[in-house]
Design a protein around this ligand. Structure first.
Ligand SMILES: Nc1ncnc2c1ncn2[C@@H]1O[C@H](COP(=O)(O)OP(=O)(O)OP(=O)(O)O)[C@@H](O)[C@H]1O
Ligand SMILES: [Mg+2]
Length: 477
């Protein structure tokens, strides 16, 4: 007589076909598994190794065998830790190790971590497998890329919410489209309930906008670096040496603030021809009309960031002139750089990063902003200045910045050229996963680098806070 044994219902396997039966590993780190026929695993799938508890084979590429018979799947062996994340496996060769499709709960142990608040979303196609942010690896620069409408800004908001909820890493957000100006509001979308949303209330999120009376976005001209002042005034220290010299003399640190409307009359009252020339320059460039940029006696954006609120949103989208946007960005970046040796961590988020960091800016102001960002990309990491740059194409941002990024988020991208370029810059990202980006749906993202346990294609979770600017609907009859 056989006893009725209660058995747990089997957990559904991943999409890995059973056709794969064995793998080989010559170095204990990488593997190759060959299979016949047309049913194949996909890059991003995991296999379990028979008799080796806690080791998974992560499929990175699948290619036809040269012989034309079947395929070869290649990838990396990973050790599943007790918490979130992967480790190295023992570097011992393996021959003819039997493999089988793994189960979601094993992959969960690898990707999901212990804290569901860290989940950026779930593995695409597997709702039960949350993919957790590894927050202590945000101490690197991050590149965020995807074509227009792929959901970059939305997903970036998801990440920023997770950072606010789970870390004490302050951030400043350069927001050229006013997409993050509601980061302090709660509007959990129906069906996207989040029991942790309330915790966001406790974080200080300051939204600085040019027209906001309570929290105006302003810059103190006298505190700009000499190079920044010269860039704003389009002065060359050699070609325009007399005026440049007057600028240094008259607008130094001990400059006594005069009222906004009084700068030009003040310069003229000095009876100095170089001051007169400066006055003309200010008028001709229309700088006296930038009344929503200059702080004069008021609080400047740098004063706010110096306090390190949990998030400071800098609404560059509130300005009409690109020069005003650049001036504000330069004031902030220069100030952060000047104080770098304080080593106070800050995540510097730049949406539409091509505005602030194109390969070839057209104006002296643009060059100054770009150069400062290149410097922060190259040297800021060790001072706690970490960049997160979002853009539509890798070529739209200066290569000196992109090449310094250790984390990548890639959303839908059709262009093969752009994918090739990403593959060459981000050598650590499996090509097989990059290649899937042309088929991503809105909200799907490939995340790779230390800030996630493993390179993963993720369906991002819902936002807690509303996005400022959303798509414009097509008018219908
Ligand atoms: N995962 C998502 N769930 C729901 N709505 C989304 C999601 N991702 C994007 N959207 C919506 O789709 C629209 C386009 O997304 P988003 O603004 O994030 O695109 P983008 O990649 O930043 O585009 P652009 O490069 O033009 O700025 C927005 O209205 C956004 O709210
Ligand atoms: Mg966007």
């Amino acid at each position: 007589m056989t006893a009725n044994v209660e058995v747990d219902p089997p957990t559904a396997p991943t999409s890995v076909p059973a056709a794969l039966t064995h793998l080989e590993s010559t170095d204990g780190r990488s593997f190759v598994a060959r299979g016949p026929g047309s049913e194949r695993p996909l890059p991003g799938d995991y296999l379990e190794l028979d008799g080796e508890d806690g080791i998974l084979a992560f499929v990175e590429e699948v290619a036809d065998e040269a012989s034309g018979a079947g395929f070869a799947a290649t990838g990396t062996l990973v050790q599943v830790g007790s918490g979130s994340g992967s480790g190295r496996t023992a570097d011992s060769p393996r021959h003819e190790v039997p493999v089988r499709p793994t189960r979601p709960d094993t992959v969960q142990r690898l990707l999901s971590g212990g804290d569901p608040r860290l989940h950026l979303g779930h593995l695409a196609g597997q709702e039960s497998v949350g993919v957790a942010l590894v927050p202590n690896r945000l101490n690197r620069h991050t590149f965020w890329c995807g074509q227009s409408g792929s959901g970059k800004t939305y997903a970036l908001g998801v990440l920023l919410e997770r950072i606010l909820l789970t870390t004490r890493l302050p951030m400043v957000v350069f927001d050229p489209n006013s997409d993050f100006v509601r980061l302090h509001e709660q509007a959990v979308q129906a069906g996207a309930e989040d029991e942790h949303a309330d915790a966001l209330h406790d974080r200080e999120v300051v939204i600085l906008r040019p027209d906001d009376e309570q929290n105006p976005l302003r810059v103190r001209f006298t505190e700009l670096t000499s190079r920044a002042k010269a860039a704003v005034l389009r002065l060359d220290p050699v070609v325009d040496r007399a005026e440049y010299n007057a600028l240094l003399r008259l607008f130094g640190g001990d400059f006594q603030t005069v009222d906004a409307g009084q700068i030009v009359p003040y310069l003229r009252s000095l009876g100095d021809p170089d001051a007169e020339a400066l006055a003309q320059r200010l008028e001709n460039l229309g700088l006296t009309e930038w009344t929503r940029t200059w702080a004069f006696g008021a609080t400047a954006v740098t004063d706010v960031i110096e306090r390190r609120p949990a998030a400071t949103v800098v609404d560059l989208g509130g300005y009409d002139r690109p020069e005003e946007q650049l001036t504000v960005a330069l004031a902030v970046l220069d100030d952060l750089w000047a104080r770098r040796t304080e080593r106070r961590p800050l995540l510097i988020v730049v949406d539409e990063a091509h505005n602030l960091c194109p390969p070839e800016p057209e104006t002296p102001l643009g060059v100054a902003v770009r150069d400062r960002l290149i410097q922060i990309a190259a040297e800021g990491r060790k001072y706690g200045l970490w960049l997160l740059l979002s853009t539509q194409r890798p070529s739209k941002v200066h290569p000196g910045v992109v090449s310094q990024c250790d984390n990548l988020t890639l959303m839908r991208m059709n262009s093969r050229d752009d994918l090739d370029q990403l593959a060459s810059v981000f050598g650590f990202v499996p090509r097989g996963l990059l290649a899937q980006a042309a088929r991503f749906r809105q909200g799907e993202a490939l995340l790779a680098g230390g800030f996630v346990p493993m390179p993963s294609v993720v369906q991002v979770r819902g936002r807690i806070t509303p996005q400022g600017g959303t798509d414009v609907p097509v008018p219908m009859p």
